[in-house]
Design a protein around this ligand. Structure first.
Ligand code: C5P
Length: 228
């Protein structure tokens, strides 16, 4: 059976437009569906916003991780609309009212709810005053995202199975590691597991692709996810 193309977002975490151009240039491949994710670092850099606006025919993921009162969230989405993002993140912890406010103005933009950051584990949650475990909290957040009619969710691969019971749309998974690059993620998995065992729709991969030889890193990734 022919495999459908696997989908990844490459996290362009840099302040340098030249680095993003290099990432885009070196990630041309027919074997994957690639989108580009721009987060707080690039969005807040001097030329980042202008560069995103100039992009054509690319799948754009704005990882703005909005988390504020409903009125501010709503106006922030309107303010970001000129960048024509396909996907835009909001923290589910901003609350149901804020999520609904965002959806009321999002038009074609897919609103992606961020559950619990993949850099946090149970100990870290207790530190910030949450009593629930990561799994229970993410389950709770998935139900809220469903209620707010969000279009996609971000979670670690380990929570996908639980989430799919309550949320039937796209699942996007960061916390992917497939080479020796050490990072600050806690709830990680391999790309193969994320696609085939946990059934994620999109993987978000940053440093494992963008550090070092981008083409070679992508080839390594493709080799690892081709079903044997
Ligand atoms: O370099 P690495 O592959 O760890 O990058 C992961 C990317 O995914 C980063 O841009 C990070 O901001 C983002 N992200 C995450 N965890 C979330 C949501 C987004 O790591 N829960």
């Amino acid at each position: 059976m022919k495999q459908s193309k696997k989908k990844i977002f490459i996290a362009c975490d840099t302040t340098q437009v030249s680095k993003v151009k290099q990432i885009i240039r070196h990630s041309k491949t027919k074997r994957l569906n690639i989108g580009f994710k721009f987060g707080l670092e690039f969005l807040n850099s001097i030329n980042g916003r202008k560069f995103i606006k100039s992009l054509k025919n690319k799948i754009i993921f704005l990882d703005a991780k909005l988390n504020d009162i409903p009125n501010t969230m709503k106006n922030a989405v309107i303010a970001l609309s000129d960048l024509r993002p396909n996907y835009l993140t909001v923290h589910i912890s901003s609350g149901l009212e804020a999520l609904k406010a965002v959806k009321s103005v999002s038009k074609k933009i897919k609103i992606v709810g961020v559950t619990t950051l993949t850099s946090l584990d149970n100990k870290n949650l207790r530190e910030i005053g949450y009593n629930k475990s990561v799994k229970d909290l993410v389950k709770h957040q998935a139900k809220l995202a469903n209620k707010a009619k969000l279009d996609a969710l971000v979670c670690s691969a380990h929570e996908i199975k639980i989430i799919k019971k309550y949320f039937k749309k796209e699942i996007i998974t960061p916390g992917i590691s497939f080479n020796k690059i050490k990072n600050d993620q806690k709830r990680t998995t391999t790309p193969y597991e994320a696609y085939y065992k946990y059934k994620s729709d999109w993987l978000v991969i940053g440093r494992s692709i963008t550090k070092g030889n981008i083409k070679k890193n992508l080839d390594d990734l493709i080799f690892q996810i081709i079903k044997k």
